[in-house]
Design a protein around this ligand. Structure first.
Ligand SMILES: NC(=O)c1ccc[n+]([C@@H]2O[C@H](COP(=O)([O-])OP(=O)(O)OC[C@H]3O[C@@H](n4cnc5c(N)ncnc54)[C@H](OP(=O)(O)O)[C@@H]3O)[C@@H](O)[C@H]2O)c1
Length: 418
């Protein structure tokens, strides 16, 4: 029987044998929402992880123990250059956790996750890195690559639910996850090592910058609405309000990834990464409002309700039924462009000495939360496979998101909470 333990708000975590020690790791995307939390997880056990190379162009935020060495490395450069830098720094690694990700700004009219450039850039990040490892003969025992719910086509419309790792790939269209996974598998086979991929849903985590951060726009929205004496209005409809949607807390994903690479049975397998907690906006919204001590309103179900409907231009990934359709009374990305909102934020930021006094990149930052809030089909990432192998990690997603909101205060990205 596997032993489990709790760490802070994370429960059901595996107790990993003390005999596993003196390991080395590379974490790419080290300052991003995933890489940063993976580093934190590995740093909890310096005896187990005695050397960690943190790879990203910018260093991870905050201070880190001495055995974490940041290497500023652009993974879009040639494999030869990457190999040379790894050689110069004497990098050797038993395990690799790959979280580098780039999200080019879509051109007008393009959907954010369907651009050719997104595919090209993200393939290059992984391919160049793996080729660089090979050139430098830095061959780890296992490489874990984080993919995501878009593997199931979550971004294209309703998928069959619960989503299981054995589900077939969604045919047609562009999906860099498939190409990354295939390249990693071929690399692993060539070098006779293990591979893993993980598939989180919307990630909850506090970092200064991430291409996609579910929680920060939510926290800004609550802060400004309260400042303006306005309620926390839910922007979408009742279908999205009551849909069960998995949340994947960054730290929980980190615990799962650590267990995966150290578990022989989990070798060469893909896993969903989820809090394993039933989450709906319906249950969460009042709790968010309570945390900010403000009133809230749910979806408008009256006959007079007026919604903008966005119909997804794809067949649904499950292959039958109508396409996905998101409904908005307003979008956070439009809300954030209102002059009174920007003025309020500038005042709040000035008064509290926040680092950024203006919103940046509004469509990217707020647009991601707009999608997550209006997702009206179920995203229930099955955790059955991991459980059968002995992994029972769990975190209450509401507790986790509220914790993340508090962490933004520490990062000087939000004023103190009420
Ligand atoms: N965030 C979510 O909610 C979410 C949900 C599901 C799946 N995912 C997936 O999870 C994976 C990781 O994403 P994430 O959200 O953790 O990403 P993220 O927070 O945006 O972080 C991206 C990381 O990649 C690094 N990076 C970008 N360009 C680079 C380059 N040219 N060379 C080296 N490093 C580079 C960035 O650091 P520098 O810019 O300093 O180099 C940063 O550390 C992606 O496949 C993503 O699709 C994310």
């Amino acid at each position: 029987m596997s032993e489990i333990q709790s760490r802070d708000i994370y429960h059901g975590l595996p107790v990993i044998s003390k005999d596993i020690k003196r390991l080395t790791a590379i974490v790419t995307g080290a300052n991003g929402i995933s890489g940063n939390h993976q580093l934190k997880v590995l740093c909890e056990n310096p005896r187990r992880w005695q050397k960690i190379y943190a790879l990203s162009r910018r260093p991870p935020h905050g201070s880190w123990p001495e055995h974490v060495e940041h290497i500023s490395l652009d993974l879009l450069q040639s494999p030869e250059n990457i190999a040379a830098e790894l050689a110069k720094r004497g990098v050797r690694a038993d395990y690799v956790f790959f979280f580098a990700y780039a999200q080019p700004t879509p051109k007008d009219g393009e959907a954010v996750w369907s651009t050719d450039e997104l595919v090209v850039v993200n393939k290059k990040l992984l391919f160049n890195f793996l080729d660089g490892l090979e050139l430098n003969n830095t061959i780890p025992k296992r490489v874990l690559l984080q993919l995501g719910g878009k593997y199931y086509g979550m971004h294209l419309g309703p998928t069959s639910s619960p989503q299981e790792e054995s589900d077939p790939r969604v045919p047609g269209g562009l999906n860099f996850y498939y190409e990354q996974e295939d390249y990693l598998k071929a690399f692993a086979e060539k070098h006779q090592i293990g591979w893993n991929t993980t598939r989180p849903s919307h990630i909850a985590g506090a970092v200064p910058d991430a291409a996609m951060n579910l929680c920060y726009p939510l926290a800004i929205y609550a802060t400004v609405q309260k400042y303006l004496n306005q309620p926390l209005e839910y922007p979408s409809d009742i279908k999205a309000w009551e849909a069960v949607v998995a949340i994947s807390s960054a730290r929980a994903n980190g615990y799962l990834a650590e267990w995966i690479v150290l578990t022989e049975q989990a070798k060469d397998e893909s896993f969903n990464a989820s809090d394993d907690c039933l989450f709906t906006w319906e249950k969460f919204w009042p709790k968010l409002a309570e945390r900010f001590q403000m009133p809230w309103t749910g979806p408008d179900t009256s006959d007079e309700a007026s919604y903008e409907t966005v119909i997804m231009p794809h067949d649904p990934p499950r292959g039958y039924g109508p396409p996905g359709a998101f409904r908005y009374r307003f979008r956070l990305a439009s809300w954030a462009k209102r002059p009174e909102v920007q003025k309020a934020w500038a005042e709040i930021a000035e008064k509290s000495g926040l680092d950024e006094k203006e919103f940046r990149d509004i469509d990217r930052v707020f647009g991601f939360t707009d999608i997550a809030i209006a997702m009206n089909y179920s995203v229930c990432l099955s955790t059955t496979k991991a459980k059968k192998m002995g992994y029972f990690g769990f975190v209450d997603s509401t507790e986790s998101i509220l914790r993340v909101v508090e962490e933004f205060v520490g990062l000087r990205m939000l004023p103190p909470l009420p």
